[in-house]
Design a protein around this ligand. Structure first.
Ligand SMILES: *[C@@H]1O[C@H](CO)[C@@H](O)[C@H](O)[C@H]1NC(C)=O
Ligand SMILES: *[C@@H]1O[C@H](CO)[C@@H](O)[C@H](O)[C@H]1NC(C)=O
Ligand SMILES: *[C@@H]1O[C@H](CO)[C@@H](O)[C@H](O)[C@H]1NC(C)=O
Ligand SMILES: *[C@@H]1O[C@H](CO)[C@@H](O)[C@H](O)[C@H]1NC(C)=O
Ligand SMILES: *[C@@H]1O[C@H](CO)[C@@H](O)[C@H](O)[C@H]1NC(C)=O
Ligand SMILES: *[C@@H]1O[C@H](CO)[C@@H](O)[C@H](O)[C@H]1NC(C)=O
Ligand SMILES: *[C@@H]1O[C@H](CO)[C@@H](O)[C@H](O)[C@H]1NC(C)=O
Length: 689
């Protein structure tokens, strides 16, 4: 603060005033298609679902409620495909061709909640991975365009039939190659099924698709919108030439501190100013996945503690509000040089007008280079200086007498509690002009719209660590839902009725075959949970491998250090037991303690599980000791071995195939006085089947 004031006082600034024309008399620019958030791609809303109801509703209001918070205009969701899609897997509606279910996962629920708050919000679905059968033995989801089209249309139909959700946009395959025959087939399928209003966005990749659109009129007819990812605010001549709406259909992906807010402010304006893009969608909607998973906190706000209810409304929410609370989809941008453009001393401005020309909104940003870098692509150097800007309102805007003013100042450590999204006094239009004195790292909205709210529910509950001890018997969930706090990184788990007569519920790994992967194809399903900071633990779980479609082995693990696309190479302690006595059981300890990742220890132990029988597995990690039990039998006792110091707990299967998991229990092993020979009699459910 002080430094800035000093500079301001001591250095006489040359008063230079630029005049910008804001004029609709020569027609308007492109149609504004809305600002959105992306849930999924993948599993980014996983922890949101199990928030306590009160905080859950508050968070959803901050995201979706019009005239309250981010007031998002588009919700894009992953069409779950059973494969890892960045921070976890999302379940497909058809794990196998003979399987179909629309109660899985949380995207249905999220779309319903968004629509409840804003019936005008637009919905957009896009797959990352696909269930394996779509590839029919290959990793190509386009191998049979009719099959893939039918698979996507079933999802769209179910949205309407079961949830009364009308999809507005559907995409192809996130950030992977597109296939012209498939896109044409999908478009024809949409029309044949009466979904004429659903627009096809392609290809959620780069601008390259524009060349194919220009070459092939039939293909051009199939694609409604060109959607690209992380365009760095620029487009190509070919893309403009297609005449299609251009979208940044995934962008941002930046840590949600003030620099993230600066990134978001800059690209929301400049995607149009530099790149003619009329919609920008944030990956991701809300950071609701464990912070140590890839791209932690790259959401518009953060909610990673369902057990405490703690959440944080970060600045990107209010940056969104600068546009969304004062515009609607269907408004039009003003043309370049006539309401939209660059400011002479750095920064940009865009203007939007309602279809009846009665409402007008201008958003101005002056984000400096270092305070607005996004995660990608690199940002060329530029400078921003304090400046006076005069906007001259002509055409139908000549009748505007005053404008409401909302301002945000990103403070970067300088304290200013009311610096974000503040309603200032109105500004009068004098002789058709308004002049603003713009600082650096500021956002202004000037608008005829008289509403606008910096919504608030006060502070959320205090932050708290993941509870320990922790237990889950999976009885409290509806069938097919996902257990709270567990984040599958490969494979899909569903709460299911157990096959035993007492009709209890279990958490079942249900995938029988590997998916058409979006990132690295994982060989072994694995479900993580707890805290990345956990160290000394006593972990117990009941497991059952069925004789029909069963997996070849089950795993209980600790000190797992990573998830996401790299989960297959996570460090950790893996205790895997196989049903057959020939296979026995295995202990793997993987650690990067040495320069390269090594399997430090892998040993065969005589222990096995019979099929269709419940077994109780225990794993104890304490300091550098590891102990494993099947039932009351000790399998291994290793007093000292190099293991990762902390990490998530895990359970999983040795390959794709069914296994039931139940009665998970974890407590600190630091307090256990006796580790040997057996810490606990196995719990119930032994050999019930
Ligand atoms: C803006 O205008 C005011 C009033 O004319 C002047 O004092 C100030 O120096 C100007 N600022 C800049 C950055 O030109
Ligand atoms: C899958 O591939 C097999 C040959 O490998 C073929 O016979 C079958 O028709 C294909 N199924 C579909 C649905 O494409
Ligand atoms: C794009 O078009 C503009 C004029 O419309 C031209 O100046 C520019 O050179 C073109 N860029 C490329 C890469 O062709
Ligand atoms: C695209 O953006 C450029 C500025 O980058 C602008 O000059 C041009 O008019 C825009 N074209 C269309 C068709 O939106
Ligand atoms: C913003 O502040 C101005 C001036 O105090 C006031 O007239 C206006 O009603 C306020 N707007 C809203 C939406 O509260
Ligand atoms: C096992 O897989 C077959 C197909 O391979 C399927 O028809 C059957 O329903 C499956 N049974 C269970 C219990 O998953
Ligand atoms: C892996 O290596 C990194 C860098 O040396 C270190 O910070 C981390 O603690 C190591 N993880 C484990 C599990 O040893």
């Amino acid at each position: 603060m002080t430094t800035h004031l000093l500079i301001f006082m001591l250095v006489p600034l040359v008063a230079c005033e630029s005049i910008y024309s804001v004029d609709d008399s020569a027609g308007l620019g492109r149609r504004f298609d809305g600002i959105g958030g992306l849930s999924g791609g993948g599993a980014t809303s996983k922890l949101l679902v199990n928030y306590p109801e009160k905080q859950l509703n508050q968070i959803l209001d901050y995201l979706f409620k019009p005239n309250f918070g981010a007031s998002l205009q588009i919700l894009k969701v992953e069409i779950g495909g059973d494969g890892q899609s960045t921070d976890g897997t999302e379940s497909s509606h058809m794990h196998e061709p003979w399987d179909e279910n629309y109660e899985r996962g949380y995207e249905w629920w999220l779309m319903v909640e968004a629509k409840k708050r804003n019936p005008n919000i637009k919905l957009y679905g896009l797959p990352w991975s696909f269930p394996g059968w779509i590839g029919n033995g290959t990793q190509n989801p386009y191998i049979n365009p009719d099959v893939t089209t039918d698979y996507i249309i079933r999802w769209i139909k179910a949205a309407k039939k079961l949830y009364d959700l009308d999809l507005d946009f559907v995409g192809i395959w996130n950030e992977r190659n597109y296939d012209i025959p498939y896109i044409k087939t999908l478009k024809a399928g949409l029309i044949a099924n009466g979904f004429n209003n659903i627009q096809l966005v392609a290809a959620d990749g780069d601008w390259g698709i524009s060349d194919d659109i220009l070459k092939d009129p039939a293909f051009a007819k199939a694609v409604d919108i060109i959607g690209v990812h992380y365009p760095g605010t620029t487009t190509t001549n070919q893309s403009v030439e297609t005449g299609k709406p251009l979208w940044s259909s995934e962008d941002y992906s930046t840590y949600n501190d003030e620099v993230g807010a600066g990134c978001w402010a800059r690209i929301l304006n400049q995607n149009y100013v530099n790149g003619n893009m009329t919609s920008t969608i944030s990956w991701n909607l809300i950071a609701s996945y464990y912070l140590s998973l890839p791209f932690g906190r790259d959401g518009l706000m953060t909610a990673v503690e369902p057990w405490s209810g703690h959440y944080v409304v970060q600045d990107p929410i209010w940056v969104s509000a600068h546009t969304t609370q004062f515009s609607e989809i269907g408004w039009r941008y003003l043309k370049h040089g006539l309401g939209s453009g660059h400011l002479d001393n750095g920064g940009s401005y865009v203007s939007l007008m309602s279809p009846d020309s009665k409402d007008f909104t201008m958003v101005i940003e002056t984000m400096s280079h270092d305070h607005s870098k996004c995660i990608r692509p690199g940002l060329p150097e530029y400078s921003v200086k304090p400046q006076n800007a005069t906007f001259s309102l002509t055409g139908s805007l000549a009748s505007v007498k005053e404008l409401n003013v909302w301002r945000s100042r990103l403070t970067f450590g300088r304290s200013a509690s009311d610096s974000i999204f503040k309603n200032l006094s109105k500004i009068k239009v004098i002789s058709g002009q308004i002049t603003l004195s713009l600082g650096v790292d500021e956002i202004y909205t000037l608008t005829t719209v008289a509403t606008g709210t910096k919504g608030s529910y006060g502070d959320s509950p205090d932050s708290a660590k993941f509870p320990l001890p922790y237990a889950d018997d999976f009885e409290s969930y509806p069938e097919f839902s996902e257990a709270f706090n567990w984040v599958p990184q490969a494979g899909v788990w569903e709460v299911r009725q157990s096959q035993n007569p007492s009709a209890r519920k279990v958490n079942r790994q249900v995938m029988l075959n590997p998916p058409v992967a979006w990132c690295a194809l994982q060989e072994a399903p694995i479900n993580l949970g707890g805290s990345q900071f956990w160290s000394d633990l006593f972990i117990q779980m009941d497991v059952l491998v069925p004789s029909v479609n069963g997996t070849s082995g089950v795993m209980l693990g600790a000190r797992m250090t990573q998830g996401g696309c790299q989960v297959g190479s996570t460090d950790g302690v893996f205790f895997t037991v196989f049903p057959s006595s020939d296979s026995g059981s295995f202990l793997y300890i993987v650690s990067n303690d040495t320069a390269r990742k090594n399997i430090l220890l892998s040993g065969f132990y005589a222990a096995s599980l019979g099929l269709d029988v419940w077994h109780h597995l225990s794993l104890i990690v304490r300091g550098d000791s590891v102990y494993g039990y099947v039932g009351i039998d000790s399998v291994f006792q290793i007093p000292s071995v190099n293991i990762p110091p902390t990490g998530f707990v895990a359970y999983g299967t040795a390959d794709y195939g069914i296994a039931d998991f139940d009665n998970f229990q974890v407590e600190s092993s630091g307090d256990l006085r006796v580790i040997k020979p057996n810490p606990r009699i196995p719990t119930h459910k032994q050999n019930i089947l």
